[in-house]
Write a protein that binds this ligand. Structure first.
Ligand code: GDP
Ligand code: FE
Ligand code: FE
Length: 196
């Protein structure tokens, strides 16, 4: 029998977990996380990753994206997370603070899954295979529709690292274009996977 990844990596059966995530997210985001789950499974199979961990990571990665800022900031303070994060917004908080709430509320304790969720937005200068799978799956899932996504979908048919590089460069370019504040980890990812 195939082991049940839901009870293996979370405190819930599949149906209960999906319902918890569904009521915590908008319809659009719920559709997104299901699509990231499917995409992460495909990438894990293609690149020899852990399919069960990729599946759960995809499903839970944006679990707290729709929480109030106050709640995510409370998590940052109460858990002594890096204070540098405070000057950023939900876009940067939801992955890092997400790991705490995903553990507390969903019972996810696997260190590799939590790390992949933690860095899914910014990447890091030392990405494990699961980190790369989630980072890329989030970018290319079938509901994504932005200039450049087709190129990323072509790249990932052959090379995961080149797709990590592509996403990182694409994200940085957009952030600079918008004069957005760049989180240091995002720059570290750029220096590791993009810069020569
Ligand atoms: P989503 O949660 O599925 O929408 O996707 P992500 O978690 O990957 O990204 C959320 C947003 O954060 C995207 O719009 C990214 O461009 C943005 N983002 C990524 N890195 C940085 C950064 O260093 N600084 C800022 N301000 N935003 C970032
Ligand atoms: Fe996200
Ligand atoms: Fe996402």
């Amino acid at each position: 029998m195939i082991s049940d990844i839901y009870t293996k990596y979370t405190a819930f059966e599949q149906e209960e977990l999906l319902e918890k995530i569904r009521i915590s997210t908008s319809e659009k985001r719920f559709k997104h996380v299901l699509a990231v789950q499917e995409t992460a499974i495909i990438l894990a199979k293609r690149f020899g990753g852990d399919v069960g961990k990729a599946s759960i990571a995809g499903l839970v990665h944006d679990y707290v994206k729709e929480r109030l800022d106050e709640e995510l900031l409370r998590v940052v303070y109460e858990n002594n997370l890096d204070k540098e994060i405070i000057a950023f917004g939900n876009n940067i908080w939801h992955g890092v603070a997400g790991t705490i709430l995903i553990e507390e509320e969903l019972g996810v304790v696997d260190a590799e899954i939590l790390q992949a969720v933690s860095v899914h937005t910014t990447g890091s200068d030392n990405m494990a295979l699961l980190d790369k799978i989630l980072y890329v799956a989030d970018f290319i899932e079938p509901n994504r529709n932005f200039p450049g996504v087709e190129k990323a979908r072509e790249l990932v048919k052959v090379n995961l690292d080149k797709t990590v590089k592509y996403k990182t460069k694409h994200t940085l370019l957009r952030l600079v274009e918008n004069e957005a504040k760049i989180y240091p980890k995002t720059i570290n990812t750029y220096n590791k996977y993009v810069a020569n």
